[in-house]
Design a protein around this ligand. Structure first.
Ligand code: IPM
Ligand code: MG
Length: 375
């Protein structure tokens, strides 16, 4: 009967988290910071290859600020699968302390051991960092002007299926149970972030995506709360869809350009944003912002691609996604002009360089050279 105690512990912890959320948190004020420290984390697999290029581009873009000491690019070591396994920690304590000393983070992909990898079953570093830094909004833009597509996904980033993803319970050899968590505060803050974005960007439509017909308690609550938040934004058109038909809508050329802003619980957001990124040209092309009150972490939407490393083609990884993340980071810290510059250069490089992900295409370094030439 130990699982009853496990379950009790989970409930107690989640109730405490809800109370902590009610206390709220002050938002970082980059304009008035003496110094902005950007933590740069390589990650695993193709991570070091693409992060190196993003760092090179940032060093040029932020040259003045780095020289004047207003901005520091700080390398953070140790968030590698080797070190995490050696320490048997998803994010080793000293690495987490270094991370928390930064204002924002640019992070390469980190490997998550999966079933059958023959590695210790440590939690995804992403999931741990999102939780530890309370990065509740996962913002993922997908922009394809020639197809009239301008989507921004607001994926809830700390709850849902992920909150207790490593804490499911093996009741008996015959039955396993996982948990999904939806809270009032957790839902309201992601909904508010999405509606604020829609308002600030010319009243774009907002679509809520759930499976509330099946997950009645959690998704039902999410849907109700999103509509409640919507009342504060009467000028914005809102609708809601089940995630299955939304997956179909995104490949339906008749209607997909009608969508603008999406709000999704964690797991649906994970899945739908990979689909959307693929429509844009592949998961290698999409950036991702994980935003909380105090901290924010910017990363490529894709994983560490161990297969590319095994095949000896890591140098051909496409750094677009991490550069897009760098662009989002610049915007977040109040460097909109530099973000625009990077965005233009990135689009030019994408038109010019063929990134096939193997030796038939260009290397990450050649791509970044092209971006640098266009800055
Ligand atoms: C993402 C990734 C992560 C997720 C993995 C690496 C844990 O797929 O950022 O979308 O599932 O959230
Ligand atoms: Mg994903």
């Amino acid at each position: 009967m130990t699982y009853i105690q496990d379950f009790e512990k989970i409930i107690t912890e989640q109730l405490a988290r809800v109370e902590r959320m009610k206390e709220g948190e002050a938002f970082a004020d980059f304009e008035h910071m003496d110094k902005i420290v950007i933590g740069v984390i390589d990650g695993d697999g193709i991570g070091p290859v693409i992060v190196r290029e993003a760092q090179r581009v940032l060093e040029v873009l932020l040259k003045e600020e780095i020289v004047s000491g207003k901005i520091e690019l700080r390398q953070i070591q140790g968030l590698t699968i080797e070190n995490r396994i050696a320490q048997n920690a998803t994010v080793p304590a000293e690495v987490l302390a270094e991370i928390k000393a930064c204002s924002v983070l640019l992070k390469g992909p980190t490997t998550t051991p999966g079933k059958g990898d023959n590695l210790p079953n440590i939690e995804s570093a992403n999931v741990t960092l999102r939780r530890e830094l309370d990065l509740f909004a996962n913002v993922r833009p997908v922009f394809i002007p020639e197809k009239n597509i301008d989507w921004v996904f607001y994926r809830e980033n700390t709850e849902g299926e992920y909150a207790l993803g490593s804490r499911g319970i093996e009741i008996s050899p015959d039955i396993a149970i996982d948990f999904k968590v939806t809270t009032t505060g957790g839902t309201q803050r992601i909904a508010k972030a999405a509606f604020e974005y829609a308002r600030a960007n010319g009243g774009k439509n907002v679509s809520i995506v759930t499976k509330a017909n099946i997950m009645k308690k959690t998704d039902g609550k999410f849907l109700d709360l999103c509509y409640q938040v919507a009342k504060d934004y009467p000028e914005i058109k809102v609708d809601d869809w089940y995630v299955d038909i939304m997956a179909a809508n995104l490949v339906n050329e008749q209607i997909r350009s009608n969508f603008n802003v999406f709000i999704l619980p964690n797991l649906y957001g994970d899945i739908i944003t990979d689909e959307a990124a693929q429509i844009q040209g592949g998961v290698g092309t999409a950036g991702s912002a994980n935003v909380g009150g105090k901290y924010a972490m910017f990363e490529a939407i894709h994983g560490s691609a161990p297969r590319m490393v095994a095949d000896g083609i890591a140098d051909y990884a496409n750094p677009s996604s991490i550069l897009k993340a760098a662009e989002m980071m610049l915007r977040h810290i109040g460097q909109a002009q530099k973000a625009d510059k990077l965005s233009d250069a990135l689009q030019a490089a994408q038109a010019e360089k063929s990134m096939t992900g193997d030796s038939s295409g260009e290397t990450a370094a050649a791509f970044a050279d092209c971006v640098l030439a266009r800055l």
